[in-house]
Design a protein around this ligand. Structure first.
Ligand SMILES: NC(=O)c1ccc[n+]([C@@H]2O[C@H](COP(=O)([O-])OP(=O)(O)OC[C@H]3O[C@@H](n4cnc5c(N)ncnc54)[C@H](OP(=O)(O)O)[C@@H]3O)[C@@H](O)[C@H]2O)c1
Length: 337
């Protein structure tokens, strides 16, 4: 079968398809013919060698996909051959086929296309865990979402607006701000404008919950606009760009990585938290299944559909990564097998 194997770290040109041996489902495992692969920012970091939760090389990249079950190992009773499913895993989805433990497989959302199903799991679970489980958002809360036009960002805007919150999004272009507003955000701000946090504070009087995914000055400024009892959930730091052979980038990364001074939090009575879906999936699979079921009910009740920015062919994986790194992408970017 064809797959994209990461043998070493580096640029998008490494993402070439090669022939690898087709895996076979063992006891408790499910084999899936993949249709669409959801690309996550974490895979760009993995490709660069900057992702802590990455697999041990060589491995097949990719954390999520939609497809059809074509093989069942012994002792798998929850699924059947021919069933359409989504898969969420540590790696292995940049391939024509994957074999995973049955805990990594979930039925599709019936009213979604297979493209939408591949765009669902990581983005919506990250947004839901961060906003609902951790920040415990309530109707009427004022929420700031950074990188709001991206995969997790658009999911977060949809969830928080349907929750009855007033949502403010930050992004890097006017087109992205238009998209955020079209999803129900009350307003959008461009963080390439150095006064954007001051404008946000003047317009809102302060924010109750921040979902922060950029890092650097954006993280630091977000701490200054949080109301007493407010929560900042750090789910990523997309702006960090550590380069192995460039000492200037080591200093910049050290400076820009989000940090917490408890004394400063005490002065404002605010909390800083951080979420990571991967560790949760590894350590709390049963709890994550319950959370996924709650999320699916919410998504179906509010008729939320993922925003799909662009679909690339499998062979164009390097172009897909370049597109996300260019900061021109919005919503979810997919590969089609
Ligand atoms: N905690 C978790 O479990 C979890 C799960 C999934 C994703 N994440 C994190 O959440 C963030 C968003 O992930 P995603 O997959 O949805 O990606 P994405 O938002 O679709 O793409 C990344 C976005 O980050 C923004 N960005 C800001 N500064 C950047 C820079 N210097 N270089 C590149 N991009 C920059 C860009 O939007 P603008 O141009 O609008 O700034 C870009 O579009 C990432 O940090 C990712 O690692 C965390």
């Amino acid at each position: 079968m064809k797959a994209i194997v990461l043998n070493k770290t580096g640029g998008p040109e490494l993402l070439v398809t090669t022939d690898v041996k087709q895996p076979k489902a063992e006891r408790g495992e499910v084999g899936i013919e993949i249709e669409y692969i959801g690309i996550n920012y974490a895979e760009i970091l993995s490709r660069k060698g900057l992702y802590g939760w990455a697999g041990k090389r060589p491995y097949i990249l990719g954390m999520e996909a939609s497809g059809v079950i074509n093989e069942l190992g012994e002792e798998v009773s929850k699924f059947h051959i021919g069933q359409k499913v989504i898969v969420g895993t540590k790696n292995g989805t940049y391939a024509e086929k994957i074999v995973v433990p049955q805990e990594c497989v979930s039925p599709i959302l019936e009213n979604y296309t297979m493209e939408e199903n591949a765009a669902f799991l990581v983005n919506y679970m990250t947004a839901w865990v961060s906003l609902v489980k951790m920040a415990k958002i309530s109707p009427g809360d004022k929420i700031l979402i950074t990188a709001a036009a991206g995969g997790v960002g658009t999911a977060a805007v949809q969830i928080a607006t349907r929750y009855g919150c007033s949502v403010y999004g930050m992004a890097g272009s006017e087109e992205k701000i238009d998209l955020i507003k079209s999803l129900g955000a009350s307003d959008g701000y461009n963080y390439r404008d150095k006064d954007c946090f001051r404008s946000l504070l003047e317009d809102t009087g302060g924010i109750d919950v921040v979902l922060e995914m950029v890092g650097g000055q954006v993280y630091k400024s977000s701490l200054d606009i949080v109301n007493p009892f407010g929560r900042v959930v750090v789910a990523g730091f997309a702006s960090l760009d550590l380069k192995k052979w460039n000492p200037v980038s080591w200093i910049k990364t050290w400076r820009d990585i989000p940090r917490v001074k408890v004394g400063d939090l005490a002065k404002e009575s605010i909390a800083v938290m951080s979420s990571h879906l991967g560790y949760l999936l590894e350590e709390e699979p049963a709890q994550m299944e319950d959370i996924l079921n709650d999320l699916k009910k919410f998504i179906e009740k509010h008729q939320i559909k993922p925003i799909i920015g662009k679909v690339f062919s499998f062979n164009d994986a390097p172009e897909a990564h370049k597109y996300i790194e260019s900061r021109k992408s919005f919503g979810k970017v997919l590969l089609k097998i």
